[in-house]
Design a protein around this ligand. Structure first.
Ligand SMILES: [Zn+2]
Length: 198
């Protein structure tokens, strides 16, 4: 005999598939929803459905968007001659909190030989076409600084060199408030390499 009535069981099983949600959290959320007003449940269900129905990829930069092209690609206030290449859409959200005002190109992942992800699985062909078409003044490579991100950056750097496009890699900084003696050696070497004249 099932522990819960079928609708509860199904929701618990559905929620359990979400990251960080285990059996207990799924049960707690399900019982919370059971007690919530009908309007709230409807709004939540609609929001989940809209996620797949209304969100698409921008045909220029591959960012998630409701309208194609996205608000960044269609904005007149952006510097259209700088393209910042990132792994995922969430990286755009982070960079938008800085003073950066150029455009983006979202790869949709990173090169990872261990997971069998090669350059052809990413939006690199689209990037090449875009560069040939738009001839940017600079391409900033802002992939993560882990092994896969570095592999991807190296690949992109070679590609951009062959396309004869000026490009740069984001600098590796030291976290603010950190003391030099506690920084790992790789971060410190990179910070030295990325030093700039004052
Ligand atoms: Zn876009």
């Amino acid at each position: 005999m099932a522990l819960y009535p079928k609708p509860l069981e199904e929701l618990i099983n559905g929620l359990k598939k979400l990251p960080t949600i285990g059996q207990r959290s799924a049960e707690r959320l399900t019982f919370h929803l059971l007690k919530s007003p009908q309007e709230e449940i409807n709004a939540l269900a609609e929001a989940i459905l809209d996620l797949k129905r209304k969100i698409k990829s921008c045909s220029i930069c591959n960012n998630i968007t409701e309208n194609d092209p996205c608000s960044i690609c269609s904005s007149e206030k952006r510097d259209r001659k700088i393209i910042c290449v990132v792994e995922e859409s969430c990286d755009v959200t982070a960079l938008e909190k800085t003073d950066y005002h150029g455009l983006y190109h979202i790869l949709g992942g990173r090169i990872s030989p261990l997971e069998g992800i090669g350059p052809e699985a990413l939006r690199i062909k689209e990037l090449t076409e875009r560069i040939k078409r738009e001839r940017p003044r600079e391409v900033i490579i802002a992939t993560n600084t882990d092994t896969e991100g570095e592999t991807t950056a190296l690949y992109l750097s070679k590609l951009l060199k062959s396309l004869n496009v000026p490009h740069s890699r984001i600098a590796y900084g030291l976290p603010l408030g950190s003391s030099i003696e506690n920084i790992d050696q790789l971060t410190l070497s990179r910070a030295m390499e990325g030093r700039r004249r004052l």
